[in-house]
Design a protein around this ligand. Structure first.
Ligand code: ADP
Length: 490
């Protein structure tokens, strides 16, 4: 296996770290074990990072617990000013952070830059909110009583994040946690630990005290989940990833009634009504389906098109998708990078094969592998029906299945026929329909006449088996605080 020289690409090579970060120290695994991080575009080895075990985790949890007590005693304003500095450092190093992200995850460099700024926006938002952790005074039930409601940090947070947004998924957790006075132990996905470690470097430079933000790298995710769930010092687990692992954590957390935030899988419907602006819907579908090569939990997974505009939409989308440039995320103009690993390739291929075997047809792309790497040609399928794998399961790849429908009632029924409920999208110009459909869609988020909905200003999260809790916005503080009612006798 060859090596990828990441340090030489960076203006500030000290952002490239191959150690875990615990209690303010850069550490190797107690056992000395390491695991490799590979570039998904080339298969080259980028780094070897410590493969921590349960003993190492125990140390991190103790450190986070110890540090949290004094962190919680600072004023919101003090925490805010450190977070603000942290935000400014992230923005100042956006280019290097984007290079690290593209190297380990594969997304096009421009998209990686966008992710870094998106993640930074959460740090900025929650830095501001740290000063507004307002409680309440409630008129009392008796003349000699007073009722106060305080918001307290939950304590130590164990965060487990996925590889598809190695920076932003972590920023969305660490920012609210730190703002309210929690400490955090972050376990990034084994495929993409370097972005999390780079964030830790900048948190240290921002003056965030030792033990408050820890990054534990491990190839044994199950052990990390178990360590978090079994340790009473960990008050809460915040997880972004598959519904299946969310279920495991919920079961494991049951013994200690662990607080949980879960951002899980989706199977987003994207509906194009015949009164829509079709060109705008095509652009929205490209954004909602092909961003990050289709590897986001809010990606359009099932595209329903009303029968009278189906052929027009399919032809326009196919033309647009054929023009997407696929390649190494570092190459200029590339819009679709590699898939994360061989399993991802297999899954997309199996969804394509299953659809073709059941009567669907390819109108753009369709070749599974280009040039031997983990690249999947962006693909559009017509003649798709509701029973195919590609509509039942989350594809997590650049494969757009188009399903025809006749009535609003029918499409709402199909759209809601899923155990998932994260995001949904639709295009229409009819105001009454817009309200009806937005209200009837069983999802936590709805994009109307837009394919891009994520912002730190709005609550991100799902209903049904897509999760628990919300990230971002004023509501994002709730997941990291407990209400404490104080009854004051006079
Ligand atoms: P994906 O299919 O996107 O990799 P996962 O849910 O498997 O989704 O992974 C998301 C995160 O959860 C990663 O950091 C991964 O290492 C971690 N993970 C995987 N399995 C477990 C588990 N049993 N317990 C805790 N974390 C896990």
């Amino acid at each position: 296996m060859g090596n990828f020289d990441l340090a030489s690409k960076l203006e500030d090579p000290s952002l490239f770290i191959q150690k875990a970060f615990v209690d303010g120290e850069w550490m190797a695994a107690g056992s000395g074990a390491t695991f490799d991080v590979l570039d998904p575009a080339t298969g080259l080895r980028i780094a070897s990072v410590p493969d921590l075990d349960a003993g190492d985790l125990e140390k991190a949890i103790h450190a986070a617990s110890h540090a949290q007590k004094s962190w919680a005693k600072l004023t919101g304003k003090q925490r805010a000013s450190m977070l603000r500095r942290f935000h400014d450092l992230v923005v100042a190093h956006v280019d290097d952070l984007a290079i690290i992200l593209t190297a380990e995850m594969g997304k096009p460099l421009q998209e990686a830059r966008g992710e870094i700024l998106y993640g930074a926006a959460y740090i900025e938002w929650f830095a501001e909110e740290a000063k507004r952790l307002n409680g309440d005074v409630i008129p009392a039930h008796q003349a000699d009583k007073r009722i106060l409601v305080l918001r307290r940090p939950v304590g130590v947070v164990g965060a487990i994040t996925p590889w598809n947004f190695p920076n932003a998924m972590l920023a969305r957790k660490l920012a609210p946690a730190l703002a309210v006075g929690c400490s955090i132990i972050a376990k990034p996905a084994a495929q993409t630990p370097l972005s999390a470690l780079a964030l830790a470097v900048l948190s240290e430079r921002a003056g965030i005290p030792r033990g408050i933000f820890n990054v534990v790298t491990s190839s044994d995710a199950e052990m990390v989940g178990q360590s978090f769930c079994a340790n009473e010092l960990v008050a809460k687990i915040s997880f972004t990833g598959s519904t299946n692992v969310g279920r495991i954590l919920m079961r494991q957390g049951a013994d200690q009634i662990k607080k949980l935030s879960l951002e899980l899988g989706g199977n987003a419907p994207f509906i194009v009504f015949d009164d829509a602006d079709i060109d705008a819907a095509v652009e929205g579908a490209v954004a909602a389906k092909f961003r990050n090569a289709g590897q986001t939990c809010v990606c359009a997974n099932r595209i329903y098109v009303q029968s009278s505009v189906y052929d027009e939409f399919a032809a326009k989308l196919a033309k647009r998708v054929d023009a997407l440039k696929v390649g190494n995320g570092f190459d200029a103009g590339v819009e679709i990078g590699p898939l994360i690993d061989g399993n991802a390739m297999k899954k997309v291929k199996s969804h394509l094969d299953n659809a073709l075997a059941n009567g669907a047809r390819v109108v753009a792309g369709g070749s599974s592998v280009q040039t031997g790497g983990q690249f999947f040609a962006p693909t559009v399928l017509v003649g798709v029906t509701s029973d195919m794998k590609v509509t039942r399961e989350e594809t997590f790849g650049p494969l757009a299945p188009l399903i025809s429908f006749d009535t609003e009632e029918e499409v709402i029924r199909s759209a809601n026929d899923s155990e998932f409920g994260l995001a949904g999208y639709f295009y229409s110009k009819d105001l009454a329909r817009i309200f009806r459909v937005a209200e009837d869609m069983e999802t936590g988020m709805v994009g109307v006449n837009t394919g891009l909905i994520s912002t730190e200003l709005a609550p991100f999260g799902g209903v049904k088996q897509s999760g628990l809790g919300r990230e971002g916005s004023k509501y994002g503080l709730d997941d990291y605080t407990e209400l404490k009612y104080v009854c004051l006798g006079l």
